[in-house]
Design a protein around this ligand. Structure first.
Ligand code: HEC
Length: 247
């Protein structure tokens, strides 16, 4: 009989324990609700949305479903202040004077080589034409890939680097360009024209030209990032799109 009573008491303690445990979790989930529910990355804040600081990202308060199209960057672009197209383009052009070094990714898409290729190359932006130009040596992997798939993504960036001593000022600027490449070798009439706009700093011999290809990239869109824009009340990500781009 004593044993039975002891067992009953133990069972009671267990039930109580579970009850308490459950309640403390339930309390947690009401906190989560106050934080804001689950949203997708294409959602926009309504005008009645609680006020948030510009430096806060949506995912600090919401569980966000991201996919390749609705990205964290898109979320900034959709929800925070954008500059006008012309203002953004001017920022881009100011950030890329003369010639700048980019990392460009190409995807050739062979079944035996699924890798994208990232390479560095110097590019000159032609602001009036919304194109960016580079000169390449014939026969590189990059050119072989571009012949199969002319679509590219390229990035130029500058900013402070975190080291053993923190930088005096933290800042970060970058442009990510999406576009379509067309290549011209020295026989094509566009070659001369493009090489004038590219502005070679050394005279190119005819022999050198024979080894070269001028690559023109028509720009479809640019994501301009500037960490200092937040202070002016703008989204740090600014999207510029070219309405005249032909796929
Ligand atoms: C500081 C926390 C916080 C941040 C940051 C935040 N939200 Fe919210 N959000 C909330 C809360 C709390 C609610 C619920 C408001 C309510 O029910 O009245 C909410 C509700 C929403 C809703 C539901 C409808 C509405 O507008 O009330 C959407 C959509 C939404 N947020 C989108 C976003 C997006 C997009 C971002 C980022 C750009 C974002 N939120 C950033 C706290 C946040």
């Amino acid at each position: 009989m004593k044993k039975l009573r002891l067992a009953l008491i133990l069972i009671f303690i267990c039930i109580f324990g579970i009850y308490f445990f459950h309640n403390s979790f339930a309390a947690d989930s009401t906190v989560a609700k106050e934080k804001g529910g689950k949203i997708t990355a294409s959602d926009k804040k309504s005008s009645s949305h609680p006020t948030t600081e510009i430096s806060m990202t949506c995912s600090e308060c919401h569980e966000v479903d991201y996919d390749a199209k609705s990205t964290a960057t898109r979320m900034w672009i959709n929800n925070y202040k954008q500059m006008t197209r012309d203002e953004i383009w001017k920022k881009i052009a100011d950030f890329l004077p003369y010639r700048q070094r980019f990392v460009m990714a190409t995807v050739g898409g062979s079944w035996w080589n699924p890798y994208p290729t990232a390479t560095t190359a110097d590019f000159t932006l032609v602001p009036d034409e919304h194109i960016i130009i580079c000169s390449n040596e014939k026969g590189t992997e990059k050119l072989a890939q571009l012949k199969k798939n002319p679509y590219v993504s390229l990035v130029h960036f500058e900013g402070s680097i975190e080291g053993p001593n923190p930088p005096e000022k933290r800042w970060w600027k970058s442009v990510q360009i999406f576009g379509k490449a067309t290549m011209f070798d020295s026989d094509a009439k566009e070659f001369e024209e493009l090489s004038k706009k590219y502005v070679f700093y050394r005279v190119q011999s005819d022999r050198a030209k024979k080894r070269m290809v001028m690559t023109k990239i028509d720009i479809e869109r640019v994501i301009y990032f500037d960490s200092s824009l937040m202070k002016e009340g703008y989204s740090p990500y600014q999207l510029w799109e070219n309405p005249n781009f032909k796929k």
